[in-house]
Design a protein. Structure first.
Length: 378
């Protein structure tokens, strides 16, 4: 079987990596890796290939930044000839970025079946570009690989036939577990002079939060209050930088701004933090596994298991609610919650079992490989 696997933006890299680490155990699968180039800065792309030991992409479409329509169309235009040349049996897409839907749509138009890794997640907020990408990608995919029970329910409610839905666990957590020990060797805490004092971590990049100066100000004003309690490290996403520079509040004395961090530095930074404030999807899952309290600066989440079983609390966008939740979290001992089912480091082997036909009948856990996951050079 020949597959074309697609990556495009930063959160895709940690999802594709464990599939490539596992591939040597599946000699019947030949894989070609395509990078759309949606993210292209070294710190947003190349660094992840190096740290996660992802093979160099066979094809780089070099699409870059543009409006949603232009970016999506450009990926489709450049991906189609690759598929015509490679003629794969399936295309594997991950996550919910523009590259995900663009490549899925290009494939099905050529009658090539699509496997969607991280299917079924729904925020029920159609103003999020990712929600549209998720719904559309799922609706045209042949294999839907799901991370949490809500995803199975969502897909069934949308009428997806049960035999297409495979509850396999979370590939991003495969990567986290495989890299956790190696991340301890990162020097980020010393580099930032954090010593042993408690600190928080902040990430913000959702258009709804950072493109509107008023919303951003409400969030930044909460950060202003919380940084009086503990230092906060803020790796700034390129989208956020402009808004931050124009913010009337300016820089805050106890907030450490950094450029985007690599995977290993960021994993260590989060693992040792007292509190995370974020609007990221993936970080809600990573903090759950790391047992670090996470306050999500959104009104909804497509990952409800991180709230019901993990360490995640939705705190919305209002300053007073964020501050109250932050102060409460800091006043309580951090309580480790339950790790969601199948977030055990074996999602990628379950996916490859299904694709290779070893386990055509998933749901997943029954025949998942029992071998130890292949570590990324731990
Ligand atoms: C994209 C994804 C989002 C994901 C996020 C992770 C979509 C619709 N959005 O959002 O789901 O959570 O990636 O980071 O696919 N830029 C750079 N260097 C880069 C990449 C981007 O400077 O390497 C800047 C450009 O100015 C660009 C802006 O960031 O216009 C936004 O990039 P884009 O890929 O369009 O969306 P993200 O906000 O990164």
């Amino acid at each position: 079987m020949k597959i074309v696997a697609v990556v495009g933006a930063r959160p895709n890299f940690m999802k594709i990596a464990p599939l490539f680490w596992e591939l040597p155990n599946y000699p019947g699968i030949e894989a070609v890796l395509v990078h759309t180039g949606q993210h292209y800065d070294r710190a947003m792309s190349q660094l992840f290939f190096e740290e996660l030991r992802i093979p160099r992409p066979d094809v780089d479409l070099g699409v870059g930044s543009a409006s949603h329509a232009v970016q999506t169309a450009e990926v489709m235009k450049r991906f189609e000839p690759v598929l015509l040349e490679q003629r794969p049996d399936a295309v594997v897409v991950v996550g919910d970025v523009n590259s995900t839907i663009a490549c899925a749509l290009t494939s099905v138009k050529l009658d090539i079946p699509v496997a969607h890794v991280e299917a079924g997640l729904r925020s029920f907020d159609r103003t999020m570009p990712e929600e549209i990408n998720r719904i559309l990608t799922d609706s045209i995919s042949q294999w839907l690989f799901v991370t949490e029970p809500s995803g199975v329910e969502n897909l069934k409610r949308e009428g997806v036939p049960g035999e297409r839905i495979h509850f396999v666990g979370n590939v991003m957590i495969d990567t986290l577990l495989a890299c956790r020990a190696r991340s301890e060797r990162a020097t980020i805490l010393e580099d930032l002079g954090l010593g042993t004092q408690p600190y928080g971590v902040l990430t913000l990049h959702r258009p709804a939060n950072v493109d509107d100066p008023e919303v951003f100000d409400s969030l930044w004003s909460a950060v202003e209050r919380l940084q009086r309690e503990l230092p906060i490290v803020f790796p700034v996403h390129p989208r956020t930088r402009k808004t931050l520079e124009q913010s009337p509040r300016g820089n805050l004395p106890n907030v450490r701004l950094t450029d985007p961090l690599g995977y290993l530095d960021f994993l260590k930074l989060v693992a040792h933090s007292r509190l995370v404030l974020t609007d990221s999807g993936g970080l809600q899952e990573e903090t759950t596994v790391l047992g670090v309290p996470c306050l999500t600066l959104r009104n909804n989440t497509e990952r409800p298991v991180t709230v019901t079983q993990g360490t995640n609390t939705l705190v919305g966008l209002e300053t007073h609610r964020i501050v109250a939740a932050g102060l409460k979290t800091l006043s309580e001992p951090a309580s480790r919650r339950r790790t969601p089912d199948l977030w055990d480091g074996r999602a990628s082997s379950r996916i490859l079992d299904v694709l290779s036909g070893t386990n055509s009948q998933a749901p997943a856990d029954a025949t998942a490989a029992q071998r130890t996951p292949v570590l990324a050079g731990a």
